[in-house]
Design a protein around this ligand. Structure first.
Ligand code: HEC
Length: 91
């Protein structure tokens, strides 16, 4: 009886480890999808939630850097996403 208990516990441990690794792997796939997005895509998806999307020509290169930092906090973007959006807006 005792031995069976240990086996069951081992199986539960293996099954949990498997499920956890699946979740972790899936998480990586998800974040890779976000990482694959272009600046234009991120801009279209994030910058019109609160106001009209200002066109890239509206501001100078330097102004976009400042706006990027300000809107990064507003839109809760990562630094990488902000850099992509700013690079797109500076084109
Ligand atoms: C959570 C809401 C929100 C999101 C998302 C957001 N903004 Fe803003 N934005 C604001 C608010 C509020 C202002 C007014 C200035 C301030 O922040 O006090 C503003 C102002 C601006 C301005 C200045 C407009 C002007 O004429 O002076 C620009 C440019 C701008 N946002 C660009 C962007 C870009 C680019 C993005 C995407 C990265 C973005 N915003 C995402 C809320 C947001």
């Amino acid at each position: 009886m005792k031995r069976k208990n240990i086996k069951t516990k081992a199986w539960i441990a293996i099954a949990s480890a498997f499920i956890v690794s699946l979740i972790v792997l899936n998480g990586c796939v998800e974040s890779k999808k976000i990482a694959d997005k272009s600046g234009a895509q991120l801009w279209a998806e994030n910058c019109q939630r609160c106001h009209n999307t200002p066109s890239p020509a509206s501001f100078s290169h330097g102004q976009w850097v400042t706006i990027g930092m300000h809107m990064q906090t507003r839109a809760q973007l990562t630094a990488k996403e902000r850099d992509k959006i700013v690079a797109f807006l500076q084109q």
